[in-house]
Design a protein around this ligand. Structure first.
Ligand SMILES: Cc1cc2nc3c(=O)[nH]c(=O)nc-3n(C[C@H](O)[C@H](O)[C@H](O)COP(=O)(O)OP(=O)(O)OC[C@H]3O[C@@H](n4cnc5c(N)ncnc54)[C@H](O)[C@@H]3O)c2cc1C
Length: 495
């Protein structure tokens, strides 16, 4: 096998960083080209008026997937990234004024569940056993071997296990309701779908592995801010010899005879490549870098995940009732999800995810102040029915009013600093498909929950990483995709 090959990775999101590190560790020469002025992609940071805003992810799960990058390179992750657990995991707020904490401490969790009725703790225990089974079977094949389609799944697990153990005939919501009766707990468990930006009514029941991922592997924060993950990976990549070039937008993947031969940058320079790995999402890459609308159209069933209205607020007060992670529930969850995933509308009453990182890390804001990051999920951009700037501004107002009503008194009066992103900003900044924030939606009818395969169908030495390919979106999954692409490239070179 010729490891002297030169690999170009397009995009330094977590998928691209992970691929570059994984391939360099194996002895390949890697150029990592990023259009923006820093690495990390959606894992991004903004410092403003003394506040440090994590623009993208706020929850780290499955740190062992990141650890694997360091282990394989013979390094110790703790020397690069300083992670700490978060307690409680989430605080859930309901319109009737009640709250429910999710905790990794079984005693606290039991007390919380007992508030919902005498059988709820037992139901939850049975649900978690189901979630664990889903997680374990998924890890054994889909994650470990990088299975890329339902056919590969059938081949790996056999038809009976594939159909029964993945609970394929149910939606996520139906899977939750098999075990849980309390409507609030149903809403909470359904909302684990936030990790992949889909709807629990459309996503396959397999997505019920998400609670076990959180309870089994923990919920983590990075001291000093989540961007520390990108900085730690950048340091590792540079030590290994990855040639990282920021402000280097790729405009074209050049090809000849069914093989990628080079990439052309926006400044006109051309970099020859033996292998190309794209962290730009698959559909935008086919449209913009390969000028292949036909393939982009063929992939349309891999619809984008939702987008988000991302509000970063610096406030000059402390809200003691908040935990680090908080959810403010809609009283009409089905209407909320239908608005986002079927009707291309901004919900009248969205469920709101609110992060207050100062609870774990006071260094993120000036003394006496808090960061309030608010993320309601909203539709991805739809060119046929565009939402306007006024629509987004009206949703911002609805969200702030809802939070004030649910206890964040005078929130609007306390705002001293604000950064506000719509799906248009997200699309422009990262070239994500229609402003999606988690790549491809998980929908059991459109794609059975699968994402696009990592190998290009028509260009033999082109591969993809990141949220638009298997195993999907979210920081751990895209980081895993970078490791799985290494395995695919090594296998293909061995023939
Ligand atoms: C607001 C928000 C909250 C989130 N919360 C969480 C969370 O709590 N936990 C979690 O796990 N996940 C969360 N996510 C999702 C997570 O951030 C993503 O799934 C993950 O970071 C995506 O990584 P990626 O490698 O797929 O893509 P990206 O991060 O989008 O990286 C792609 C990179 O490629 C670059 N690029 C694109 N085209 C080109 C080109 N032509 N030339 C050069 N460079 C190019 C882009 O600039 C970008 O840097 C959140 C996302 C957002 C936006």
């Amino acid at each position: 096998m010729n490891k002297k090959q030169h690999i170009v990775v397009i995009g330094a999101g977590l998928g691209g960083l992970s691929a570059a590190i994984s391939l360099t560790t194996e002895g390949f020469t890697v150029d990592l080209l990023e259009k923006n002025d820093k690495v990390g992609g959606k894992l991004n940071i903004l410092e403003k008026d003394g506040f440090t805003f994590d623009l993208g992810p706020s929850i780290l799960t499955m740190p062992h997937i990141f650890q694997a990058l360091f282990d394989r390179a013979g390094k110790n992750m703790a020397d690069y990234i300083n992670i700490q657990t978060v307690e409680p995991h989430w605080r859930n707020f309901f319109e009737d004024g009640s709250t429910l904490d999710l905790s990794s401490d079984p005693v606290i969790m039991r007390q919380e569940l007992d508030k919902l009725g005498p059988n709820t703790a037992k139901e939850f225990e049975e649900f978690l056993a189901y979630s664990k089974k889903l997680c374990e079977i998924t890890e054994q094949g889909y994650f470990a071997h990088g299975l890329d389609s339902f056919w590969e799944l059938l081949k790996h697990y056999g038809p009976v296990r594939s159909l029964l153990e993945f609970d394929v005939f149910r939606s996520m919501d139906q899977g939750v309701r098999r075990f849980i009766k309390d409507p609030k707990l149903v809403d909470v468990l359904n909302y684990f779908i936030k990790y992949v930006g889909s709807s629990p009514y459309d996503a396959p029941a397999l997505m019920n592995l998400l609670p076990y991922i959180q309870f089994g592997y923990g919920l983590w924060y990075v001291k000093g801010g989540m961007y520390g993950i990108a900085e730690g990976l950048q340091k590792l990549a540079e030590e290994l010899g990855v040639n990282i070039r920021v402000n280097s937008e790729v405009a074209e993947i050049q090809q000849h005879g069914g093989r990628a031969t080079a990439v052309r940058l926006r400044d006109g320079s051309v970099i020859p490549a033996d292998i190309v790995v794209s962290n730009m999402e698959v559909i935008p890459a086919y449209k913009k870098l390969l000028n292949n609308e036909i393939e982009a159209k063929r992939l349309q069933r891999f619809e984008p995940s939702c987008s988000g209205l991302v509000l970063h607020l610096g406030v000059d007060t402390i809200y003691p009732q908040l935990a680090h992670h908080n959810f403010f529930y809609s009283d009409h969850p089905k209407e909320h999800f239908n608005a986002v995933f079927h009707d291309n509308k901004l919900s009248d009453d969205p469920t709101i995810y609110l992060v207050a990182p100062v609870k774990s890390d006071p260094t993120q804001a000036p003394p006496g102040c808090e960061i309030i990051k608010i993320l309601p999920h909203i539709p991805h951009l739809n060119p046929e029915q565009p939402l306007t700037a006024e629509d987004y501004a009206a949703l911002r107002e609805r969200v702030l009013i809802k939070l004030e009503r649910m206890g964040l008194t005078d929130l609007r009066k306390h705002i001293v600093c604000e950064e506000y992103w719509t799906p248009v900003d997200i699309e422009q900044r990262y070239y994500s498909n229609q402003g999606s924030i988690y790549g491809v939606v998980a929908d059991r009818f459109k794609n059975l929950g699968f994402k696009i395969p990592q190998r290009s169908k028509d260009i033999s030495n082109l591969y993809f990483v990141g949220g638009s390919v298997n195993p999907g979106g979210g920081m751990p999954m895209v980081t895993l995709s970078g490791q799985l692409v290494r395995d695919k490239i090594l296998a293909d070179l061995q023939g």
